[in-house]
Design a protein around this ligand. Structure first.
Ligand code: 0O2
Length: 212
């Protein structure tokens, strides 16, 4: 596939990522305006690079004609939460939306991957309006805590550094770190109410100053 065709194929995914980031950030504002704690800390997104798409297709023996069906994370959104409990709240918010049709849930929070990876994945269909009419595209929304994100980002760079073959010693330390992340998330959850109250009042104060 030549580069122009790639851009044409990826364009609806770019639109989906841009629109969803905007909409999800708006949820944050709504919570704040209503004086409520927001389970979303921040939102990021990206369209998978052409080389990563090709790598995944090769790894999973996906033929070109089934790329859009089988590479589920061409459009990727990442929602970062403060507390583990927020993950279910965000997942419920997504399930209620009329612009998302959820087709698959992968709960690696309750079912941690062998690598130590924890995150909650929602694969959904989202419609964008192109000049050729409406297009339904798949998006993968990853929901995780800040601590889970720290671990996953670090492990991802080590996977890259060691080309997927992380040495046993490093793997063992990553496994220890994964356990420490679980302990940290549990500890943060135990002081959740106090942190939520403190943050809400400071954010509201900031908002009032902004409004004057
Ligand atoms: P990217 O874009 O570089 O993050 P699999 O074959 O199991 O690896 P699958 O079945 O396509 O993946 O779907 P799954 O398990 O939902 O994983 C898709 C994405 O989840 C990955 O994208 C990662 O972002 C993240 N992920 C899954 N497992 C791990 C893991 O062990 N460590 C880290 N750090 N992230 C993980 P990609 O394709 O890796 O690409």
């Amino acid at each position: 596939m030549d580069i122009l065709l790639w851009h044409k194929v990826l364009s609806p995914y770019e639109m989906a990522v841009d629109e969803l980031i905007l909409k999800l950030n708006h949820i944050k504002q709504e919570f704040l305006m209503n004086g409520k704690y927001c389970p979303i800390e921040h939102v990021m997104g990206r369209v998978k690079s052409i080389s990563s798409i090709l790598d995944k297709m090769q790894k999973k023996s996906i033929p070109m004609e089934r790329m859009e069906e089988l590479v589920e994370d061409i459009a990727g959104i990442r929602i970062i939460c403060q507390f583990v409990e927020d993950i279910d709240r965000v997942s419920a918010l997504l399930a209620e939306r009329s612009d998302l049709k959820i087709i698959e849930i992968k709960d690696y929070v309750r079912n941690q991957k062998e690598s130590g990876y924890r995150s909650y994945h929602v694969v959904a269909l989202y419609t964008v309006n192109t000049i050729e009419g409406p297009r339904e595209v798949q998006v993968e929304i990853q929901i995780r805590t800040m601590a889970m994100d720290f671990w996953a980002t670090t492990e991802h760079s080590l996977q890259y550094k060691y080309k997927g073959a992380i040495p046993e010693k490093v793997g063992a330390r990553l496994a220890n770190a994964a356990n420490a992340i679980i302990a940290l998330d549990t500890e943060m959850s135990s002081v959740r109410d106090e942190i939520m109250d403190a943050q809400l009042s400071s954010k509201m104060k900031y908002k009032l100053v902004e409004d004057i």
